[in-house]
Write a protein that binds this ligand. Structure first.
Ligand code: FVH
Length: 292
């Protein structure tokens, strides 16, 4: 491996939408970049912008110490890296997968003599390399690798180390995205309620966005309650009060001709928790009911 000035050379395997965005960010920041993609034509625009295209994944990995992988899934990572020599390499896998896949891949990389970091990219490609766009890369696994390459890894997006358990980045990633889907589900129900009325959705959307932002800090209280084990701590709206309000939501859905299916799963859990005698609690007890 070699270093040009203070910029660490990077090898990048995978030039899909995300890989290409990552490549452009490292090139723009002046990092020497070696790229490889299964379909070679996807490297053309990047070589024109200064990247070197390797003719195989093995050649690309051999070119530098630091290799970043951004492929479709864990199976494509295995297929691609199986034919490479990882001895002494630093491998950062930004391919989305499960925590178990990340832990297995970390052990697999260690057996082959590589240091390993697993990563979850909390961004869509247009956010990559754009300062203040809110993009994050969550990383877990080898702290030494993270500390050594922190600056390079932070070029495409803010890089945060979330633990030495290689599965944590994937776990955080899926947890954050799961919360996002819950939010999208709530927004879908809200839009369904107003649809069909003389309400301009573009006038409603700012109110919705502001409301979601105003409610988001409630997660800090949930976290405090989980840590203390006291789900009545600082409670503002009790579970009993909130369950009493649920018929209003269900009847309104019916009046508006909207299926309540996105709400009922959560309301069912709220009622189950209330039935356990937890009426003075916050909504935190629902989390206990989810544990299998
Ligand atoms: N794009 C997004 O919005 C999300 C944002 C959050 C993170 N994800 C994850 O990033 C990984 C890559 O996503 P992507 O957007 O780059 O995906 P594609 O554009 O579909 O490109 C896929 C690349 O994977 C290559 N590939 C697929 N199968 C194989 C294989 N068996 N062997 C080698 N390479 C393979 C594919 O190559 P090609 O089709 O061009 O030949 C692309 O380079 C992903 O985990 C997201 O979940 C993105």
């Amino acid at each position: 491996s070699h270093t040009t000035g203070t910029k660490t050379p990077v090898t990048l395997l995978g030039l899909g939408a995300m890989g290409t965005a990552l490549a452009r960010a490292w090139l723009a920041a002046g990092h020497p970049l070696t790229v490889w993609n299964r379909t070679p034509s996807r490297a053309a625009a990047l070589t024109a912008a200064g990247a070197r295209a390797a003719d195989s994944a093995a050649t690309a990995v051999a070119a530098n110490t630091l290799t970043v992988v951004c492929l479709l899934d864990d199976a494509s990572v295995e297929e691609t890296l199986n034919r490479t020599d990882l001895t002494g390499k630093d491998l950062v896998n930004l391919t989305t997968g499960t925590p178990a896949q990340a832990r297995a891949r970390a052990a697999w990389a260690r057996e082959r003599g590589a240091r390993y970091l697993d990563g979850g990219i909390m961004a869509v490609p247009p956010m990559i390399g754009v300062p203040d766009a809110g993009a994050h890369i969550l990383l877990s696994g080898s702290r030494e690798l993270f500390d050594q390459h922190r600056q390079t890894l932070a070029v495409p997006a803010a890089a945060t180390f979330v633990g030495e358990d290689a599965g944590f980045a994937a776990l955080y990633d899926v947890a954050l995205l799961s919360a996002m889907y819950g939010m999208f589900a709530g927004a879908a129900h809200a839009f369904a309620l107003i649809r069909g009325e003389d309400i301009d959705p573009t006038k409603f959307a700012p109110l919705l966005a502001d409301w979601l932002v105003a409610m988001a800090p409630a997660v800090h209280q949930t976290a405090d309650q989980l840590r203390s084990g006291d789900y009545t701590k600082d409670v503002v709206s009790t579970l009993a009060m909130q369950v009493a309000g649920t018929p209003t939501f269900l009847t309104t859905a019916e009046e508006q001709g909207v299926s309540p299916e996105l709400l009922t799963a959560y309301f069912t859990l709220m009622r189950r928790r209330l039935a356990e005698g937890s009426g003075e609690e916050d909504l935190t007890g629902v989390i206990d009911l989810l544990a299998r």
